[in-house]
Design a protein around this ligand. Sequence first.
Ligand SMILES: Nc1ncnc2c1ncn2[C@@H]1O[C@H](COP(=O)(O)OP(=O)(O)O)[C@@H](O)[C@H]1O
Ligand SMILES: [Mg+2]
Length: 516
Amino acid sequence: MTNSVSFKTRARTIDHLGREQIADCPTAISELWKNSYDAYARSVELHIFDGEIPVATLVDDGHGMDRAEFENKWLTIGTDSKITGSEVPEEDRDGLPDRPKQGQKGIGRLSCAALGPLLLIVSKRDKMPFVAALIDWRLFENPFLLLQDIRIPIIDFEICSELKDKLPDLFGTMMGNIWGERDDTARNERLAEAWSQYSKTEQLGDKNAVTTKTKIESTLIKDVFSDKHLATWAVWNKKSTKGTAMFMAEIHQDLEHQTSKTRYSDAPDDEQRARLTLQQTLVSFIDVFQLDNAPHIQHFNTSVTAWIGDTPKPLIEEFENSTDVLTRHHFDKLEHIVEGAIDKDGYFTGRVKVFGEWHDNVTVKPKAVYKTRKDTRFGPFKLLIGGYEATRNNSIMGDEDWAYIDKISRQYGGLMIYRDHLRVMPYGREGNDYFEIEKRRTKNAGRYFWSARKTFGCINITRKENPNLKDKAGREGLIDNKASKLLAMFALNVEKPSHRPYLFDIPSKRGGLYGD
Ligand SMILES: Nc1ncnc2c1ncn2[C@@H]1O[C@H](COP(=O)(O)OP(=O)(O)O)[C@@H](O)[C@H]1O
Ligand SMILES: [Mg+2]
């Protein structure tokens, strides 16, 4: 006789798929912003509050979820959007132009675990009740717990004020994951055993170490989320009838740093890094160049606000409204620009600006011809890349333009990848050398022109035209398949006619070297 058994899943799996996959806070935020975009939100805001228990809220005015959707979509891990149907029905689009879906793997929402361990999520569809759930992600750190033993408390309610009264119930059920509940004694025994074992391992080296169990137990739910946090959500203020909100407590240090009162230049290293990466990542979340004036991103606004006491400090907007912006207007002032498209076989057509002089109708054949099969095709893509001479004397740009570009290169430098005009991480980030810009420079600085931080621009892929360029399960980056390798290669290896230097190896006219 054949016996059969099924896989058992430890609760830790959720932690592996979520928190552990996420590189850092800005990456997690961009993943959640993509969810709001997919829900046809017009606006998604991140608010970070200081205080004894720092809190962050991520709120949108998208179509929201009703209770069934919340259970079947949000609480069901790994459902590929191909199965659930990626088309958002017309009535859920809020009159907005069609948006190509960003979500792929069905685990993006788990990235909120990287922002803070305690999550209160509330969602509402137009003309439907609210649905809310409370999750402490630290439950999923216990390697002795089985996933099926964890219960996620969920409620629905009609008016905002009911939430406050129901929070203690939510909290009670959540604590049932530690203390057990009346209805299932077998589960209670498993839970007790799992927590005792886990605490034991946690205190192996240090008897006084605070256990995860104690950390979860010491959360005082009624003191965590207050009206000022809830009020950041348009639905709570009756400004919208639909949307989704995440309220997160005990937030990651990198988020806390955003509420710092210290001047950037006086802040310690780790704080500076946290503040700069957040800006660098989120300021270019939406394609700033809008290669084809894409209508689908025109009604999507993102913002980050740090609250210091009762004083809001807009982070990204402040940045965008200040003089430090990179728009197409600024970009066009760069002395070297390559703008055009690469077709499915690697041929470039477009225009090239070298030391301020435009050359139109440039066509460039690829350095080598590669046979691609259906599954290795990278597909046609657009590109816009610009650079400038980092040595002032070598540049032909005016003093003011040069100084400005040089100043903003720290925030905006890097060659990014956008998919349907939203940023794919981590391309364009410091330390990411997917296009091997730095590697080439180190190898042969005389011939290779571009330097990562002094390069601006993007490669624009689309879900429709470049289906083989898929996101990794861990979401950071594209799967390292043949198609993505070819993309990187073709993007920077196009050859100029008659064996002149490669298109992307613009040599300096003045003898100096870019970036030196
Ligand atoms: N902000 C949101 N508004 C409405 N629905 C959402 C939101 N975030 C997540 N969801 C729902 O949860 C599902 C899972 O999201 P996610 O884990 O990011 O996977 P994916 O985006 O690949 O589908 C989404 O497909 C959507 O149905
Ligand atoms: Mg998603």
